[in-house]
Design a protein around this ligand. Structure first.
Ligand code: T3D
Length: 264
């Protein structure tokens, strides 16, 4: 599929989506939203079993492209309805990421700011290059956190650190993000893509249905009570119990051999 603001690539059942506006640190523009949604649909329709999300050039994503908002610098223009933009574009994008039926890996190659940080954090596993950073840029320009930041960040690192990130709006290094538990791992810059690809290959040959249920349970657990979560676990286990991969997993254990999961 031909895109202008992103590129996509397949390697076996691993789908890689690269934000591709390097001169603007891959900031979001209107067409990028449509292209991202089309790419996610392509990944799902093509039977992806893992996805890598990364950025071209020295940035991961600098959030909303502020050139698209330059009219607000003129006090004579009416105020924009930013809520509508979130409802129509960013919110469905983040929900679409979480609803994918396979695991996602963010390979954060540089700064992830504003909604760009939220986009990275919507992935299941976040790997970051040592030179990368995370910035809750919103307060710098008089905005509030969006695209899931105020959901993902306090749950990952606690309110105290989340409040400091959001109120002070300072860049957090990848090493700090790892130490706080905001991301899974920080790796040397040169190792970022090889590590992301190795991880994606491993996930793509794993029990995809099991991963799908794990991801759903993790999301539900953020908002459900114990009785509700136990009920969801029973539903998830019922679904896994009907899978071919479960039969294969048990057979492989009993036969003392590695399991050959197919995702079925
Ligand atoms: O509006 C709505 O719909 C509401 C939704 C909002 C969601 C959001 O994401 S709001 C937050 C928007 N993002 C920002 O406020 C971040 C703005 N960028 C920065 O603060 C800095 O660029 C960074 C800290 C991210 C990186 O700094 P640095 O020094 O490494 O790079 P730089 O020199 O600032 O940026 C390089 C180029 O990218 C530069 O262009 P130039 O001068 O070389 O022609 C810069 O203008 C451009 N750029 C970076 N971020 C954006 C951008 N251009 C447009 N929009 C950006 N967000």
């Amino acid at each position: 599929m031909g895109f202008e603001t992103i590129t996509t690539a397949w390697r076996g059942q691993v789908f890689t989506l690269t934000l591709n506006r390097p001169d603007r640190l891959n900031a979001f523009v209107l067409p990028m939203h449509a292209e991202l949604r089309a790419a996610l649909a392509e990944a799902e329709a093509g039977g992806a079993r893992a996805m890598i999300l990364t950025g071209a050039g020295r940035g991961f994503c600098a959030g909303q492209d502020l050139n698209e908002r330059k009219q607000v610098a003129d006090p004579a223009t009416p105020a924009p309805d930013l809520g509508q933009g979130l409802r129509l574009r960013f919110n469905p994008l983040i929900l679409a990421m979480r609803a994918l039926p396979f695991p996602t890996i963010a390979a954060v190659n540089g700064v992830a700011a504003g909604a760009g940080a939220s986009f990275a954090l919507s992935c299941d596993l976040v790997l970051a290059a040592r030179s990368a950073s995370f910035l809750q840029a919103f307060a710098r320009i008089g905005l509030a956190p969006d695209a899931g930041s105020s959901f993902f960040i306090p749950r990952a690192i606690g309110r105290a650190r989340a409040a400091a990130m959001m109120l002070l709006a300072e860049q957090i290094s990848a090493e700090q993000a790892e130490a706080w538990g905001l991301i899974w791992r920080c790796v040397d810059d040169a190792a970022l893509l090889p590590e992301a690809e190795a991880l994606a290959d491993r996930l793509a040959s794993g029990p995809t249905g099991s991963y799908r249920e794990i991801r759903k349970l993790l999301d539900a657990g953020a908002t459900t009570d114990l009785a509700g979560q136990l009920a969801l676990e029973a539903d998830a286990q019922a679904a896994c119990g009907r899978s071919t991969d479960y039969r294969e997993g048990v057979a492989a254990f009993l036969q003392k051999r590695p399991a050959a999961f197919t995702g079925a």
